[in-house]
Design a protein around this ligand. Structure first.
Ligand SMILES: [Zn+2]
Length: 183
């Protein structure tokens, strides 16, 4: 009986996995849709380069409809990432395009560089600030305090980005809240 119960549990587990696979975005032929690829150029991000790469990788682990890839040398990137001495900020143009500044002012105050990077990339992916907010929210930004090092978007933030890039707005609509977003 125990063995049978375990086998049944395995079957349930397998069918759940199959259902989840079918729930992922598919085209009309039933193939998984390719992620929308955005390139980023972190050549100007100085000492924050590895934090920026990690922030991009976190988004790639977190969502399926968009993928951030380092731009090839000389390629015009969708996203430019620069280091400067100001406060971290993003300047989205259209959804998925714009410039991010990893500002040393916040880093010097003790804010986590990977959280900053993922947060600013989140603005380019169409997310607004959600402040004040808890550390579990990526877009709560600096309002979660310097002790907060969480660089991962929460469930709602992931779903919002999936929706932004799973729809037909990519490359057409202005980014939500287009214009300079400080922090
Ligand atoms: Zn922000």
């Amino acid at each position: 009986m125990l063995t049978g119960g375990l086998a049944a549990a395995c079957l349930v587990s397998m069918s759940l996995t199959g259902a989840q696979a079918l729930a992922a975005p598919h085209d009309t032929a039933g193939s998984p849709l390719a992620a929308h690829v955005l390139t980023y150029d972190a050549a100007g991000s100085a000492e924050f380069r590895s934090a920026v790469d990690r922030g991009a990788a976190i988004w790639n682990e977190s969502v399926d409809t968009v993928e951030l890839r380092p731009a090839a040398s000389g390629q015009r990137a969708n996203i430019r990432v620069l280091a400067d001495n100001g406060w971290p900020r993003a300047l989205p143009t259209t959804l998925g395009n714009g410039t991010v500044y990893i500002g040393r002012q916040a880093v010097d105050q003790g804010y986590n560089t990977i959280r900053i990077s993922a947060h600013e990339l989140g603005h380019i992916l169409g997310l607004p600030d959600r402040k004040p907010g808890p550390c579990s929210s990526l877009m709560s930004g600096s309002s979660a305090g310097t002790a907060c090092t969480n660089p991962y978007p929460n469930t709602a933030e992931k779903a919002e980005v999936e929706g932004n890039f799973g729809g037909l707005l990519v490359g057409r609509a202005p980014a939500p809240g287009a214009g300079l977003i400080v922090d």
